[in-house]
Structures are given as C-alpha cells and as structure tokens.
Design a protein around this ligand. Structure first.
Ligand code: UDP
Ligand code: MN
Length: 337
C-alpha cells in the first residue's frame, strides 16, 4: 500500500497549534459536545489552506471542461459552526464555478443557536450558490439526504459530511469517472483531520469492505493493483463505501430507489447503499486523485437513540439484501446489540 506523496501546502502560520492545554475546561466541553477540539476549530475560523495530499501521478491528469455539473448536499445536525462553515467555504474556494450547480445544506432540526440566524447571515457571502433547507422535524441523516437530493438540479449529487475540507482538484476526478460510466458511484480518498489538533493528514489508499457483523472496515489495496501505467492514480473497485462522502449520477440515484427511507437517524445506510449499487447494475470505486478531509470525531459514548436506530437499520438491510445469508448475519448482529 503506497502512502500518497505530495507537497505540503500549508504554511507554518496556517498549521494548527499543537500546544494543547489539557487542563482547559473549554477543551473538554468541546470534546464532549462535538467529539473534537472546538478551540482550535474556532481559531482556524472560516477557511484555511490544507496540504495537497495527491500522488504526483494525479498532477499529470487533465480533465475536460465539459463535465457534468454537481449539486453538493451537506446534512447537518448540531454541527460546530466553524467546522460547518469551513466545509462550505473550502468547497467554494476549490471548486470551479462552472461545475458547481449549488450547495444544498439540510439542517436536520439542529438546536444550537449559532446554526440559526448567524448561519443565514454568514452564508450570504455565497449567495446564489447555496440553498438552505431546514427540516421541520428531525429526520436523521438518511431521509435528510433524500430531502436534499429532491431539491437538486445538478447532473451529479455529491454528498459530504458537515465537518470536511476538500482538497485541490477534488471534484473533477469524481465527475470525470461518472461521465465515463453513469452507473459508477465514486468516493474520494478520505483524509483524516485529527480530532485533537485538526491537522490535515493524508490517508493511504484503501478500499471499503465489511465483516459478517456488517461492520464497515477499511481493507488493503495490494501494490500490484497500482502497478499499471496509471500507478496509484487508478480508480480502485471497492465493495463498500464509508458513507459520508461520495458522488452519484442523479438519475441513477433515483433509478435505484435512493436510500431506504425507513432507516432512522444514522448507521448502516452505507453498507445498504453499497449492496444496492452492486446489485442494481452499478459499481463502486475509490478515486485516489480526489481527496477530502473529514474530522474523525471521537465521541466517548453513543447516544441510546442512535444505538436503537443502528439495530433497526441493520435489520432492515439484512432482510432486504441478504437472502440466504441472513441467518448467520442476524445472529451475529443480535449478539452485538
Ligand atoms: N446527521 C444528520 N442527522 C442526524 C445524524 C447526523 O444530519 O440525525 C449529519 C451529521 O451532522 C453529519 C452527517 O450526518 O454531517 C454524518 O454524521 P456523522 O459525522 O456523525 O457520522 P460519521 O462521520 O461519524 O460516520
Ligand atoms: Mn462525519
């Protein structure tokens, strides 16, 4: 497995401060509430430059100016204001205007005050490109994405979490892969934004998979798979997606029935959607030349509501897709609930 190379784009001034004061009660408040260091997030503010994480081979690629357009859908629930705003501003700064149909934000009925008028006010800076939809009740991530997609008019839907930062030339490789095959569903490499330092760390090229508990995991990409003329810039076929960040042709998303709208809150939808794609004539790829950073939140305890939703969602997926494999899988599932 080859680590991506690439020049380090951030100047020392823009690097996150690693001198963390662990006795600061503010730090613990932020970690409990959001699962990451909100002091550094506030300090980074609305935008920063992140290191170019791409392999050298990617820099030789040229993309057509006539690619399909993208609607970017970001659902959020009680997100930290700065992380959400950096997600939007990084897209605005690093996406060519002519490919960007719109950014659709779906507020899944957040309770935090700064996600109300303050957010409306700050988004004015990007007026014309942003649609903000506020759910009237908490729908959960899965139905919120479907709601976002129903307002989209771009050719391609790109889903992102609300605590991401996109990298240089992140969108073109995704659009270009789908333009070649409308049934390809494509994911960038998800770089890690450290939850404590918010440092942007390039991730190795890995593929998504799952075990018999249906638990998502990352799996190796063998070096021989990256031996060809394209080297480590070649798309990698992937059994499953991590869930948060991917692109799909809008008509294909509708054709395969979108998501399972009976799934609640969060969890399991990534494996369900992966099986749906592979069983409905599509293919899933990781596109190594597209890179998006994601804050790997560390929340100490899972909310019981979410735990319940996960069991419910996994059971739905087992009954819908696993046919004769369902006995072994459900017994494992129940032993873990
Ligand atoms: N989310 C949402 N409604 C929910 C739960 C989550 O809109 O009920 C959003 C959340 O704000 C985030 C995305 O869905 O933008 C994915 O959730 P999260 O980041 O917690 O998932 P993870 O990255 O841990 O898989
Ligand atoms: Mn996330």
């Amino acid at each position: 497995m080859e680590e991506s190379t690439g020049n380090s784009g951030a100047s020392p001034r823009e690097r996150p401060d690693k001198n963390i004061n662990f006795s600061d009660p503010e730090l613990f408040k932020g970690l409990l509430k959001h699962g990451f260091n909100t002091i550094i997030s506030r300090r980074l503010g609305s935008a920063r430059e992140v290191p170019d994480a791409r392999n050298k081979k990617c820099l030789q690629k040229h993309y057509s100016l006539h690619l399909p357009s993208a609607s970017i859908i970001i659902c959020f629930y009680n997100e930290e204001f700065n992380a959400l705003f950096r997600t939007v501003s990084s897209i605005m700064y690093l996406t060519p205007e002519y490919f960007l149909e719109e950014i659709i934000l779906v507020d899944d009925m957040s309770e935090f005050d700064d996600l109300k008028e303050k957010l409306d006010y700050h988004l004015e800076a990007f007026r014309g490109k942003i649609k903000l939809i506020r759910n009237k009740k908490r729908e959960g991530l899965i139905r919120s994405r479907v709601i976002g997609a129903s307002h989209a008019s771009g050719d391609i839907l790109v889903f992102l979490d609300s605590h991401c930062e996109v990298n240089k030339v992140w969108l073109e490789p995704l659009l270009s892969a789908i333009a070649k095959d409308h049934k390809s569903v494509v994911c960038p490499v998800i770089d890690v934004i450290d939850h404590m330092t918010l440092e942007y760390k390039p991730a190795p090229i890995v593929r998504g998979a799952f075990d018999w508990n249906l638990k998502f995991k990352w799996d190796h990409v063998f070096s021989y798979e990256m031996d060809g003329p394209e080297g480590p810039s070649k798309p990698i076929r992937s059994p499953a997606m991590a869930g948060g960040i991917f692109a799909i042709y809008r008509h294909y998303f509708n054709e395969i029935g979108q998501y399972d709208k009976g799934m609640d809150l969060w969890g399991g939808e990534n494996v369900e959607f992966s099986l749906r794609v592979w069983m409905c004539g599509g293919q899933l790829f990781i596109i190594p030349c597209s890179r998006v950073g994601h804050i790997s939140k560390q929340l100490s305890e899972m909310n019981p509501e979410i735990k319940k939703a996960i069991s419910h969602n996994y059971l739905r997926l087992v009954h819908v897709w696993l046919d004769e494999y369902k006995v072994s899988s459900t017994s494992l599932l129940w032993s873990n609930v």
